[in-house]
Design a protein. Structure first.
Length: 203
């Protein structure tokens, strides 16, 4: 695994989850949708061994026409929206809702998808890291932002021994020496997770 500038190259055998994520992101790419994957799958992708039921995907806000095109592509590829029809996708996302999309008839894994609506989410899109994986590619949050974001989730849960803190620790240790220290510390400050970051560095 090699991190260089804005690209992370990973050479390993793909898991079933990796294949499902790549199949989904190829559809987003085919519709020219700007997206970024955040949260648990980033840790899993980079070697952390743990399960997940959902893949968190932030989208750049799209017009109704653009969403209609994406919905058509998803339907043709055999995806459905859990709980409500995919046809309601634009109205729900525009109202700030998150929707879960999965292969037809399946519940897991599902892609929890929403429009970027705050500075952190917009920064995730703007500073996305391109992952090269088995001749394909996908976009994830920068490692530095992901560490700080996971620490914020841990802070909200008031837990330094839960999966969010462990995800942050995994990323920190895996990429130690390759991280952009100034960017990481700025994200830590912006998200107000200095105490949790200090604890992470002590481990």
């Amino acid at each position: 695994m090699e991190l260089h500038d804005d690209t992370l190259s990973i050479s390993r055998t793909l898991s079933d989850l990796d294949r499902e994520v790549l199949a989904f992101t190829r559809l987003l790419d085919s519709c020219d949708v700007n997206y970024v994957i955040v949260s648990g799958y980033v840790a899993i992708l980079t070697g952390r061994s743990r399960a997940t039921e959902d893949i968190d995907v932030i989208l750049e806000p799209l017009s109704a026409t653009e969403v209609d095109g994406l919905v058509s592509t998803l339907k043709d590829a055999g995806y459905w929206r859990m709980a409500m029809p995919l046809d309601e996708m634009h109205s729900m996302l525009s109202d700030g809702e998150r929707i879960r999309i999965a292969e037809q008839g399946e519940l897991y894994p599902n892609f929890e998808t929403w429009f970027a609506s705050n500075d952190v989410e917009r920064e995730s899109l703007d500073a996305a890291l391109t992952v090269k994986l088995d001749g394909d590619s996908l976009n994830i949050s920068s490692i530095e932002l992901q560490i700080a974001y996971k620490l914020r989730l841990a802070q909200h849960a008031r837990s330094m021994d839960g999966k969010d803190f462990e995800d942050a620790l995994h990323l920190y240790l895996t990429f130690e020496g390759q991280l952009k220290a100034e960017a990481l510390e700025q994200y830590v400050t912006d998200l107000g997770v200095g105490d949790y970051y200090d604890e992470l560095r002590r481990i």
